[in-house]
Design a binder for this molecule. Structure first.
Ligand code: EAX
Length: 325
């Protein structure tokens, strides 16, 4: 006992002398597994925050859906039972319909345009809007442009996608897109490997990293580079928890998240060329130039659908369309 207190007290003295506070644990949820886009952001954020706060913050990453699917993680962040999450933009539209403008089909031309808009005032408007649903939006990292894969046939035109049973995210917009394209969309949360393997669904759509990390080439023969949606991640904190932090803590977390997001976007893009080669090598048949104009024509009327009727959502969509024209 005496020896123990003899050891501890110099440490305590040192703690008080430097004014170090007790460690604050940040529980951060991601649905995907290590190596995935969301985890790369989370790991970079953890590294930056723990180094810069000199141990004041400890970031615990809960990956592989250990806290539930993306909708469930968002509910927990909303309630404040967990503090942060790196979550795909799609499922946000259940919480705030403003978020669905990001995923509007064929909105962004390329990565550079997505960065320019999402890092600018329009992106900020989306992040700020999320506060009314209990989220503090910090930054956008990326899933990437989404491509269709399936086990039935090569898809070059919307006609080829007709009737395919496609798994979509739990998002009214994504369901609407595949209905407009004439497919048969089924919303279900990630992961979906066993459903593809068992043939419960014919296909799915996700960025190239998913084909690599989740070995889509084992259960899907055809990949079509439709790039129909630019899928972001919205990197969020619980607003109620965020408001309890000191301004300097908020600054540290905010800056670290933006840096982690930019790091991850660059890494993801660097890897894409190699991924196409990889899935071909694994036996996938890749349609690199589907008839994008035909796909685009099928979804062009979506801006007038019920999903975009709300004046705040419609107003933002109009300005996003003008800015990306
Ligand atoms: O990695 O649920 C989805 O399709 C998301 O894109 C998720 O990030 C999959």
């Amino acid at each position: 006992m005496r020896r123990l207190s003899g050891l501890l007290s110099p440490m305590l003295v040192a703690l008080f002398a430097t004014g170090a506070a007790a460690t604050t644990k940040i529980n951060l949820g991601v649905v995907t597994k290590p190596g995935s886009a969301q985890n790369i952001v989370a790991e970079k954020f953890k590294e930056l925050v723990e180094a810069r706060s000199k141990g004041e913050f400890e970031v615990k990453i809960h990956h592989s859906a250990s806290l539930g699917n993306e909708t469930e993680i968002l509910q927990q962040i909303q309630m404040g039972t967990i503090q942060m999450g790196i979550i795909t933009s799609g499922p946000f539209d259940t919480f705030d319909p403003v978020a669905r403008v990001i995923d509007y089909p064929f909105l962004f031309k390329d990565n550079e345009q997505a960065d320019q808009i999402l890092d600018g005032p329009l992106g900020q408007e989306i992040l700020t809007s999320l506060e009314s649903s209990g989220f503090k939006g910090l930054a956008f990292s990326e899933n990437g442009f989404r491509n269709l894969t399936n086990s039935k046939r090569a898809v070059k035109t919307p006609e080829d996608a007709k009737g395919l049973k496609i798994r979509v995210m739990e998002s009214a917009l994504h369901k609407g897109i595949w209905q407009s394209l004439g497919a048969n969309p089924t919303p279900m949360p990630w992961p979906i490997y066993s459903e593809l393997e068992q043939g419960v669904i014919d296909g799915q759509e996700n960025p190239l990293w998913v084909a690599e990390v989740y070995k889509m080439y084992e259960v899907q023969k055809y990949l079509s580079m439709t790039r129909h949606v630019y899928s972001a991640h919205i990197d969020v904190a619980s607003l109620q928890w965020w408001n309890s932090l000191k301004p300097e803590e908020q600054t540290l977390l905010q800056a670290s998240m933006l840096e982690a997001a930019k790091f991850q976007r660059a890494e993801n893009r660097k890897a894409d060329a190699g991924r196409i080669a990889l899935v071909k090598d694994k036996g996938m048949q890749v349609e690199e130039h589907p008839d994008v104009a035909a796909f685009r024509a099928k979804v062009a009327g979506m801006k007038d659908m019920e999903l975009f009727k709300d004046s705040k959502v419609q107003g933002l969509l109009q300005r996003m369309m003008a800015a990306t024209r």
